[in-house]
Design a protein around this ligand. Sequence first.
Ligand code: RP5
Length: 167
Amino acid sequence: MSGQSNRPLVGIVMGSRSDWETMQHAAQKLEALGVPHEVRVVSAHRTPDVLFEYSATAAQRGLRAIIAGAGGAAHLPGMLAAKTAVPVLGVPVQSKALNGLDSLLSIVQMPAGIPVATFAIGQAGASNAALFAAAMLASDHADIATALDAFRKRQTDEVAQNDDPRK
Ligand code: RP5
């Protein structure tokens, strides 16, 4: 499928505005790859009704993946996944108290039956969740496939051109 509309294909959600410092890296990657996306703060415990509405309508609104970042008792990705079959990509935000290990374990340890794909803690996880979402979309969206290929090639070239760490 090519010939894109601007209708969001990916939703980036986070439990708090304080997660944006991390989650902006997902948004930047999607922006760079030309993936239409939306960004929302949706809290599992502060705005549970919004969470239910968001996930229950995600598929019909055209979302094909949801990148969900949360810290601490990070139940947001799992709760979203409970209410939608749209793939949920969980990003553990680095919490102050436990450096994000609590977030990671909260997100990764989903009981069998409701999957959440879990990425690295912090910025790397946010970036990779976006790249993963783009890869999921690439087979149906030629322009995203081309942008992803170009990104990978640039990354490879940069390493090859700077392969002497003393310089
Ligand atoms: C979680 O609690 C959020 O995802 C955030 O990472 C963490 C702290 O939230 P704030 O107290 O900064 O709003 O719900």
